[in-house]
Design a binder for this molecule. Structure first.
Ligand SMILES: CC(C)(COP(=O)(O)OP(=O)(O)OC[C@H]1O[C@@H](n2cnc3c(N)ncnc32)[C@H](O)[C@@H]1OP(=O)(O)O)[C@@H](O)C(=O)NCCC(=O)NCCS
Length: 151
């Protein structure tokens, strides 16, 4: 298994695998209706975000195939610089082998190199698997989003 920070060209070369992984992440986390080509549209934009330095994307490869990725980007909240993990996903057949852990560790290394000391993520609370995984990786609750549906 190989792990690396992805360059724009890596995304171009593994576009289809990335779209499939991203579709899975969306399916597991987004309850609203979204366009069927949403993942494709995101993947199209990522190379630009990598080139302008705002995105940090890590990838895991098995026999040259992308089996997992983590997409994070820099943001500043009230003067605090952070890296926000927008999506992390590992192919169903490759889970529970420490792949996501390595992906996030690589992302943390890069975050530190940029002089940033906070890494965060938005989690879908009903996605227990993802929530428990982030907790097991040392992430703690910060703010909780609440909603009320109006009739
Ligand atoms: C969440 C996800 C990325 C985890 O990937 P993974 O590669 O299976 O996770 P890892 O194998 O790296 O887990 C590493 C560690 O966390 C533990 N762990 C894994 N899943 C866990 C869970 N659901 N709850 C608690 N701990 C968990 C493992 O036991 C392991 O611990 P260890 O190092 O002490 O043995 C994967 O399940 C996934 O792709 N889910 C669908 C997409 C998604 O919802 N992403 C998150 C929101 S964007």
């Amino acid at each position: 298994m190989d792990f690396k920070i992805l360059h724009a060209l890596d995304i171009e070369n593994h576009k289809e695998e990335m779209v499939i992984l991203m579709e899975m992440v969306l399916r597991d986390n987004i309850t609203q209706n979204y366009p069927s080509n949403q993942a494709e549209e995101y993947v199209k934009k990522i190379p630009r975000y990598i080139d302008d330095g705002s995105a940090i994307v890590t990838g895991a490869f098995a026999n040259g195939n992308l089996v997992g990725f983590s997409w994070g980007y820099e943001l500043t909240i009230f003067g605090e610089r952070r890296v926000h993990i927008d999506m992390i996903g590992v192919d169903q057949d490759s889970r529970k082998r420490g792949i996501a852990k390595k992906l996030i560790e690589l992302q943390i290394d890069e975050t530190r190199k940029r002089g940033i000391r906070i890494i965060e993520a938005m989690i879908t609370r009903d996605n227990e698997n993802s929530y428990n995984w982030f907790r097991s990786m040392g992430f703690n609750d910060e703010r909780i989003k609440v909603r009320r549906d109006l009739e």
